[in-house]
Design a protein around this ligand. Structure first.
Ligand code: ARG
Length: 396
């Protein structure tokens, strides 16, 4: 059995009880690691809570720049949306946190890491598979899966052991948030027929009127500037979200297939992420050669599925990323988006390395397309069907 454990600590009820419970029931020393992935909140209060719960060491790791540069940027380049819709918010933060856990375990001489996930979700899969891919020698503990306590039991446990917790008994939702967006589960959302109530949303609400346009500059597939102003990616996502969110745009409401075989109703709000993905995908329309674009589109769902399934640290994800990266060399340029109540649409795009050739595309004067070349091309294109029709009757 392990002696020192690094726990991914959120500051919430479950992980606070986990600090104390692991000390008492498993006889281990707990090092609490709180990762800042852009979820907001008061980290010094979180630190105090971890100590009060019995952590021997507490560490806050600012993982925002790492998450943006090494996880969100590849997700943008891959137009990543699980099942065509969910931009992988939680799925991207788990490998970052896992890497931080492994790093801390090595520095503190711990022989195990732990997370506060239940047995029903994807996040346990992502933590455990990631940690084992990075450090197969470490044990991974899942106290919440071991203890069988209900929410009420946890509240009673915390009270009995003087563990300070912030229990918002008024909020029935389970929320996971980072710089790429917010995921909301539970409560009334568990009925897929019920509309999400207004109080589940924090980043999107239709308050803006009129129209607003803004432009995003991309450099090799990654957004680098908003209206010509260079910004670090994490800030750019937030600022784009602050423009489009007030138009009530950037929500996803879906029933999704979890890795553990459960269908679950999920509500996401990711205004910055969805606007950036729409712009990136559009710019690829202008700058990617046809076959590359089509092949990339075939690989994108696979990339999203791998990451969703907890296989960030896998050779296949790395290999697809190498392909994706090689496609992005010329995905540079500018995309203009226009917001109006309830909407955000791409309205224009341009690039110095655009493959759009006006002289080939135009129907007006200035047309340089060789019309006479079309005749032979089209005839040969359909040659086998003509043969089929002559010899076997064809479609008639
Ligand atoms: N269903 C999403 C996913 O698997 C969101 C998970 C959110 N986690 C949470 N504790 N609310 O990525």
């Amino acid at each position: 059995m392990s002696k020192r454990v690094v726990l991914a600590y959120s500051g919430g009820l479950d992980t606070s009880v986990a600090v104390h419970w692991m000390g008492k029931e498993l006889g281990v020393e707990v090092i609490a690691l709180a990762a800042d992935v852009g979820q907001g909140g008061d980290f010094s209060a979180i630190e105090d809570r971890a100590r009060a719960a019995g952590a021997v060491e507490v560490e806050v790791v600012d993982a925002r720049a790492d998450l943006a540069a090494h996880y969100v940027a590849p997700a943008i380049r891959a137009n990543a949306r699980y099942e065509g819709r969910y931009p992988l918010v939680s799925a991207l933060s788990r490998p970052v946190i896992s890497a931080a856990l492994v790093d801390a375990a090595r520095r503190y001489g711990a022989d195990a890491v732990a997370h506060g996930c239940t047995g029903k979700g994807n996040d346990q899969v992502r933590f455990e598979v990631s940690v084992r891919a990075l450090a197969p020698e470490l044990e991974v503990l899942a106290p919440v899966r071991m203890w069988g306590l209900t929410r009420e039991d946890c509240i009673a446990y915390a009270a009995a052991h003087d563990i300070p917790v912030q229990v918002r008994s008024d909020s029935p939702y389970s929320i996971d948030e980072n710089l790429w967006g917010r995921a909301i589960e539970c409560g009334v959302l568990e009925d897929p027929w019920e509309s999400p109530p207004a109080d589940v949303f924090a980043l999107t609400a239709e308050t803006a009127t009129g129209e607003r346009s803004f432009s995003l500059t991309f450099d090799e597939g990654v957004p680098t500037a908003l209206d010509g102003r260079a910004l670090p990616l994490e800030q750019l996502v937030a600022e784009v979200g602050a423009i489009v969110g007030p138009y009530g745009w950037g929500r996803v409401d879906m029933v999704e297939n979890r890795r553990v075989g459960i269908k679950s109703r999920e509500v996401y709000e990711c205004p910055g992420a969805l606007a950036i993905l729409a712009a990136h995908e559009d710019l690829e329309g202008l700058t990617l050669e046809r076959d590359v674009a089509h092949e990339k589109a075939r690989l994108e769902p696979r990339w999203a599925e791998l990451v969703y399934d907890g296989l960030w640290f896998s050779p296949l994800r790395q290999a697809i990323d190498a392909f994706v990266e090689s496609t992005q060399r010329h995905v540079s340029g500018e995309v203009r988006l226009t917001c109006s109540p309830g909407r955000c649409d791409v309205a224009g795009r341009r690039s110095e390395v655009s493959l759009y050739d006006y002289e080939l595309a135009t129907y007006s004067a200035g047309d340089r397309f060789e019309h006479r070349h079309a005749e032979g091309f089209v005839r040969l294109w359909g040659e086998s069907l003509s043969t089929w029709a002559r010899r076997q009757g064809g479609a008639g």
